[in-house]
Design a protein around this ligand. Sequence first.
Ligand SMILES: Cc1ncc(COP(=O)(O)O)c(C=O)c1O
Length: 479
Amino acid sequence: MTPVSSPDFIRADDVLHGRLSDAQSVYLEKKYGHGKLIRLLEVVGTGGPFKVLSPWELQDRAGQRVINASGYAALPFGDNPPELNAFLREVLAHTDQVMFAQQSITSWRAALEANLVRLLSRESGDHQSSRVFFSNSGAEAIEAAIKFAQAARPKAKYLINFTRAYHGKTLGSLSITPNPNLQGPFKNLLNPAVITLPYGDAEAVERAVKRVGDQVVAVVLEPILGEAGVRIPPPGFLRRVGEVCRAAGIIVIADEIQTGLGRAGHWFESVAQGLIPDILTLAKPLGGGMLPVGATIVREEIYKPLLGSIETVKRHSNTFGGNSLAMAVGLKSLELLMDHDYPSRSRQLGERGLTRLKALQRQYPALLEDVRGAGTLFAMNFRPVAKLPFKVQANLISEATGMLALVAFYRQGVLLNFSLNAARTMRLTPAMNMPDDLFDEMFSRVETAASMHASSFKLVQNYGTPELLALAKAAFLEE
Ligand SMILES: Cc1ncc(COP(=O)(O)O)c(C=O)c1O
């Protein structure tokens, strides 16, 4: 094949047949893609390219086998699961439906719309006449939710969100993601009418509703904060928010993009905790880890003001949402989740894993400040590797702690997730169909990694400051 440094085009067949080497891919990604991130991952050693050994195990370029506890809750069945892979091949071989379905009816989309509404209505005893709008990511599902809500309450202007929430990085979803670092220079483009309340504080919601309730479009919440490191609200919080909003006519949007479809141990965490939202967003696992699928499920009366009349029917759309391939994968993913009752399995695995994490935290309190879990959404909160009085340094220390922990656990063969709103918290989001022995092995490796670093300071000693500085320098300073 032509050398990658030549300006010639790369043939798809060359990639298909493995003629683009790992080193060439790294070179091209760094040169033409998100170079800084790739460089950082390369130096930390967790960026692959990986060979997929099984849906749950990866092998890196150095030949190390790692159990994949990453995937950011988007891999319900692991990476490239054989059931979905085989099904996709069948779809491609046999379907006679249009692939590009923006302006046509297709059986694939019709079936997934019906199944999602039927599932939510089975679980909540409500939502029988709700509708589904499909998009291509979680952030887009949130954008649609905000637009549906605003169109249904046109005279109101405020959105209520919560501290440390994460709803995405497009401008609308970033408006309700109160992370100053992520909002950065875009602040002036974001919706100013956002009221951020302390997560878990139902009384704060009551007070805000009493004050400005008639001007509130919607309350947007995650039933468990995912990117803030699996933070579970106090019992009764979700139920109370639902009651307060219903009484005031305020729309409740439950963002179940991370928690939903079994990850936190139930089909819908909000519903399981007594809150029936008016709008519910889904994404990540709906695409089975294979294709992007976002869905916004909306009560009919809230759906209509945005898309229910001849004047407004074009106010929201996207080109590829609902395409047949994405819908086929979504339909099959949902079916696999139901046939195997993975939400229950996620709950059982969750109890088993959290028991081990709690024991570990008791054993190594100088390493682990806290551990948390809900279903197969686990978090380990590491103690800072050092204490410094200034905030800016504290942020750097947090970043360093997280990164060192990631490296330490990776070297014992477990790939963890960063948390976007909690630098010192690493999450495990293993596939819900991970075999029992591998699941137990994953926690054994976690225990080994912890035992080798009985305190956070040990992380610095083992992968010490010089190494960390070298990482930072290599990633950000040297070109
Ligand atoms: C709760 C929640 N909402 C929204 C999003 C955004 O989804 P996406 O990255 O697909 O845009 C995420 C992603 O992590 C999420 O966890």
